[in-house]
Every structure is written in structure tokens, then in C-alpha cells.
Design a protein around this ligand. Structure first.
Ligand SMILES: [Cu+2]
Length: 126
């Protein structure tokens, strides 16, 4: 199952991470299909535990549409991109989640697991 989440709460203040008790303030919209120009989408593939970690960095241009495919190779998890406040929701073991967002704010943003607290990827938008 793939889910595409588009952030609409981009003005939401940065929130500190609290793995199990976080009440998501983020508004998300589940979309059946992407309406963006495929050629303009930056695809990032993450296999959790294989090519993920705090030392993995990806740099994207400001204004890009970024689509992160996350294969959850571990147990059930919940992934979250800080700063943009987009989350995957619960992802069962072995399933893939897609987090998509428009990189309209510059900076460094951590993608992390809310179960382990591990940083999986750092995205630099510049
Ligand atoms: Cu988080």
C-alpha cells in the first residue's frame, strides 16, 4: 500500500519530537494520485536499516517537489519529516510509505522514525 501525503500545514511551527505521545498538529490530505509533473519530482528511496541513517544526506533545490519512498524493513513504524511536519502514519513491517512535499522552505530537515527515534535521512533544501 502506498500513501501519498501532501502537507498543507506548512506554517505549523516546528515541533519537538515526542515519539509516542505526539498528537499530530499537522493537517494532511491523502491523495489518490499525484498531480505534479513527474519530471519535476525528485525521487528519494530509503530502505530503513539498509541505506538510512543520520549520515545520509540529500540536497534538493528550493521549490522542488520531493517524493520519499520509505520501505519499512523493520517492525511497524511511523515516519516523520521534521520542519515540514509530514508524516507517514503507521507503516506495517515490510510495507512502503511515500512522503511527498514541496520543498518551499530552506534548511536542513531530519526524517526520522518515531518508534526508534533514529534519524533516517537529512534533507538539505537550498
Ligand atoms: Cu518526528
Amino acid at each position: 500500500m502506498k500513501r501519498i501525503l501532501v502537507a498543507v500545514g506548512l506554517l505549523t511551527a516546528l515541533t519537538a519530537c515526542s515519539p509516542s505521545s505526539e498528537v499530530a498538529p499537522t493537517e494532511t490530505i491523502a491523495a489518490e494520485s499525484s498531480v505534479v509533473d513527474a519530471a519535476a519530482v525528485i525521487e528519494i528511496s530509503v530502505i530503513v536499516g539498509e541505506n538510512s541513517g543520520p549520515d545520509r544526506t540529500e540536497t534538493v533545490a528550493l521549490g522542488s517537489t520531493v517524493r520519499i519512498s520509505l520501505l519499512n524493513s523493520g517492525s511497524e513504524d511511523d515516519f516523520h519529516l521534521h520542519g515540514y511536519d509530514v508524516a507517514s502514519g503507521e507503516v506495517p513491517a515490510g510495507e512502503e510509505a511515500v512522503i511527498e512535499f514541496v520543498a518551499d522552505a530552506a534548511g536542513e530537515f531530519e526524517l526520522e522514525s518515531h518508534v526508534t527515534g533514529e534519524v533516517l535521512l537529512v534533507i538539505t533544501v537550498q
